[in-house]
Write a new protein. Sequence first.
Length: 58
Amino acid sequence: MRELRCGKCDKLLAKGSAAELVIKCPRCKTINHVRAASPDPEGPEPRNGVQHDHASCL
């Protein structure tokens, strides 16, 4: 799990992942903008653990 820390005071703001996030640090009030460097090439994890084969939909 990735940690998101304030760019000014290094306070831990969140854990996890997001494509784009704007969060205000409660300690120093800095507005932090975070964007994913690149999207996950495999996409999100399936909710039920089963991979869907799109070729079978044709």
